[in-house]
Design a protein around this ligand. Sequence first.
Ligand code: SIN
Length: 287
Amino acid sequence: MSSLSFEPMSALMGVRAHGIDLRQPITAGDAQALRDSFARAHVLCVPNQDISNDDQIRFAQVFGQANTLFIGAPRKADEPSEDGPEKRGIIYISNVRENGQAIGALPDGELHFHSDGAHRKSPYRATTLYAIAIPSHGGETRFSDLQAAFDALTPAMQARIETLRVRNVYDTRATLRTQTNEYDDNLSTAEHPLVRVHPDTGRKSLYLSQLMTRNIVGLERAASEDLLAQLFEVIERPEFIYDHKWSLGDLLIWDNRCLNHARSDFPSDQKRHMRRVTVSEPDFTPA
Ligand code: SIN
């Protein structure tokens, strides 16, 4: 008999799962219940966990193909883009330094809204993030509901953007929009539809972000900038955002197909150390 139960985290999105210890194998029944809740809520939090890499990978596998290659260390400034060959796997999102070297894959501090892997041909379906050390305040992960944002557009705007495509560019050293040189050939880049249909719910969502989306394909630059500005305003409206305040031992999974996420700033003299394992689409074969 399963002791798994669920509680909503906010009116907008998110559900918290209680009564499961992820150090233990996950039964088929619990796996299905976790998937169902995730499909409804798009963010699933399993609190109070004390888990290893392998436990986190096993959890990620409930939702698709977990990326298990250990990457760990960040890319150096003069190294080529991580996309050639396309590496995916376990990384730390961390401000910890060991022997003066960052062990985290991303820079510290505030991070603008984005969807993981939107700069790749095959973006990540979902991301799991596990809180190993957290600051006393700040460092929330912020989620923006791109389905609700699409629904909020006028029918005329929905029709106008329906078939458009966006060009995304990502520099792993950038946390803010202005820090990316979109013309740098070393950066990872991909084009995607601006409007996506969620394969589980059939709902439409916007698919663009401040951090990665540089232009709308085929539009004059001024028209592209104007449309992006209008859409950025909608997707970052407070009513479409849920801020996750972390507790130690929280394991989160979120759906990159219909959510953007960002990180709020946090004190640089306090430790924030998280482990990330992503989930790919099943047809993705790592190089
Ligand atoms: C990420 O964008 O993958 C990291 C989010 C976070 O540090 O909260």
